[in-house]
Design a protein around this ligand. Structure first.
Ligand SMILES: Cc1cc2nc3c(=O)[nH]c(=O)nc-3n(C[C@H](O)[C@H](O)[C@H](O)COP(=O)(O)O)c2cc1C
Length: 176
């Protein structure tokens, strides 16, 4: 029997890079269980559709990702807002890939929220240098203190750059 538990995978230093034209799409239910994965998602993550459908989206969570980022993400989604961010993901074979992600709520015809969808593309490589340092710091704060302290640091870093978290992310992605 194969076991696809993310913690069983050997973590590697092998990076897989998205091409400029690559576009990863996934959809989830309200709890983050995957309900749709496009071919690019299958290709880069190394999973088959059947392995992803019904799985929690944390199946591709990379341990380098700070919990504070996901905590912020879920708070935004619960408030029915869209969220942008840099996400380092884990493939089935233990490689990693960076994405610039957009996540938003999905609604039915009555206007009820029924789940979420995410679109991801190649990140600006210059942004990844800054984000790697920031995420390392957030992870340290989570170990030393707690997620809340790391989250406050995330927001304070963004405001030091002149604005909100969203403005900070936008500036990072659009730098030359
Ligand atoms: C539409 C959508 C897309 C998501 N995409 C990712 C993703 O690409 N990588 C990831 O690690 N988490 C993603 N998440 C967040 C996961 O659901 C989960 O919160 C995160 O991996 C942290 O795992 P944990 O909640 O078990 O700590 C996504 C959530 C939603 C709703």
């Amino acid at each position: 029997m194969f076991n696809y538990n993310r913690y069983d995978r050997k973590l590697g230093h092998n990076e897989r890079k998205l091409n400029q034209s690559d576009f990863i799409v996934s959809k989830t239910d309200m709890k983050g269980m995957i309900t749709y994965a496009n071919p690019t998602f299958l290709d880069i993550s190394g999973y088959h559709t059947a392995q992803l459908l019904g799985a929690n989206h944390n199946i591709i969570r990379h341990p380098d990702m700070p919990r504070a980022v996901f905590s912020y993400l879920w708070d935004q989604l619960k408030a029915e807002k869209v969220v942008y961010g840099y996400v380092k993901n884990l493939t089935k074979d233990g490689s990693f890939y960076w994405t610039f992600a957009y996540i938003a709520p999905d609604y039915n015809a009555k206007g009820d929220i029924i789940g979420y969808h995410s679109e991801r593309r190649a990140p600006n490589p210059k942004a990844i240098m800054d984000i790697t340092l920031l995420y390392d710091r957030l992870k340290q704060l989570e170990i030393q203190y707690d997620i809340e302290t790391a989250r406050e640091y995330l927001i304070s870093q963004a405001s030091q750059q002149g604005g909100s978290y969203e403005h900070y992310i936008y500036t990072l992605q659009n730098q030359h």
